[in-house]
Write a protein that binds this ligand. Structure first.
Ligand SMILES: [Zn+2]
Ligand SMILES: [Zn+2]
Length: 376
């Protein structure tokens, strides 16, 4: 089979690898239908995720069809069409019993990290019964794909950890895919304002399209002043940092109001300072974590009910074997106006919407990719 393999900082190849085989009795083998790139994959590519070793197949978000099941798997069968979430979990260890699937003794974020991932034609997924989710019949697969990581991350790590509530002024710093997913999820809880902060005009446009009420371009460093103006000098009720950098975390600490709740969704590759000598008088809380993906069933229900359509997070579509072009494009996300990039293995059993439009985007994507290939 073909797979996207990490060979050390800056080096990835699309190469032939042996098709995975069942390891443990609770494993399944899946044939990947759709997968996508994540900001985390770029962090890996920069060498910023030390647990990912050379030789690793990347990718931790996919929809797929089960082609083989281990003898201990009881809830899934060959042919089932599933979401493969970024977090897998045994369902039985002390952490899992508390719902902390990301801290599972036998799981957590492993695929595309400490074990081979899903940017491939096939993958072996552990703890299938307690990790996978069936895609409801008739649901658009691209919508389901957005539940493999970014929407649960925005909801669980951003919105729920920061306890967004009715009437809150919520500031989301960073309008990349996860920041945008956070903006989508924040709307479930009725905040009065959702303020998106970024330095990229296209991303801010996307933020407004997806439900932000105010967009602040912080290219000139005016976000702090503007947010204090918006809140009458009091600061925001909720600040969700969705980049993972020191300057944006500093900004978050300057704009949080009394009783404010902060959440880090961004992935920090080094430690940053918390100004507790200032923040303690403001009674703030700060939370962070890895997504447990236990919100996936609820999010599936919201999609089925027509209350959520996460396809607005998708900017590009490519064939799976064009993944290297997709990485090139994603590396220049601002210039290329890239948000989520869907990689399609051409195995999708069902698609409820816009087949024609998708086909056109797909062809345009291929043409652009081939032109780029010639230019390079
Ligand atoms: Zn991801
Ligand atoms: Zn566990």
């Amino acid at each position: 089979m073909k797979a996207l393999v990490y060979h050390g900082p800056g080096e990835i190849t699309w190469e032939e690898r042996p098709r995975p085989v069942l390891g443990e009795a609770s494993d399944v083998i899946v044939e990947i239908s759709k997968t996508t790139l994540c900001g985390t994959d770029l962090a890996i590519l920069k060498g910023g995720v030390s647990t990912v070793k050379p030789g690793r197949i990347l990718g931790h978000e996919a929809t797929a069809r089960i082609v083989e099941v281990g003898p201990a798997v009881s809830d899934f069968a060959v042919g089932d069409h599933v979401i493969v979430p970024c977090t897998t979990s045994c369902g039985r260890c002390p952490a899992c019993r508390k719902g902390l699937f990301s801290s599972c003794d036998r799981g957590g974020w492993q695929i595309g990290n400490t074990r081979d991932g899903v940017q491939a034609e096939f993958a072996c997924i552990p703890c299938a019964d307690s990790s996978l989710h069936k895609i409801p019949k008739g649901m658009d697969e691209e919508a389901a794909l957005m539940l493999a990581d970014i929407l649960p991350t925005g909801l669980e790590v951003g919105v729920q950890k920061a306890d967004v509530g009715l009437g809150d002024v919520v500031v989301v710093i960073g309008a990349g895919p996860v920041g945008l997913a956070t903006i989508v999820a924040a709307q479930f809880y009725g905040p009065s304002q959702i303020v998106a902060v970024d330095r990229d005009a296209h991303r801010l446009e996307a933020a407004l399209r997806l439900g932000a009420t105010i967009a602040i371009d912080n290219t000139d460093g005016s976000a702090e002043k503007q947010i204090l103006e918006i809140t009458g000098g009091r600061g925001a009720d909720v600040v969700i940092e969705a980049i993972g950098s020191t300057p944006t975390f500093e900004l978050a600490q300057r704009i949080i109001g009394a009783g404010g709740r902060m959440a880090n969704v961004g992935i920090f590759s080094k430690s940053t300072e918390i100004h507790n000598h200032v923040l303690w008088t403001r009674n703030i809380s700060l939370k962070m974590g890895v997504v447990n993906t236990n919100s996936i069933p609820v999010l599936l229900r919201m999609i089925e009910a027509g209350r959520l359509d996460p396809r607005g997070l998708i900017s590009h579509r490519f064939a799976l074997d064009e993944i290297l072009h997709a990485y090139d494009l994603f590396k220049n996300a601002a210039r290329e106006q890239a948000l989520k990039i869907v990689l399609d293995a051409g195995k999708s059993p069902v698609s409820a919407i816009g087949e024609e439009e998708k086909q056109i985007q797909f062809i345009v994507g291929r043409v652009l990719a081939s032109l780029k290939g010639e230019a390079a």
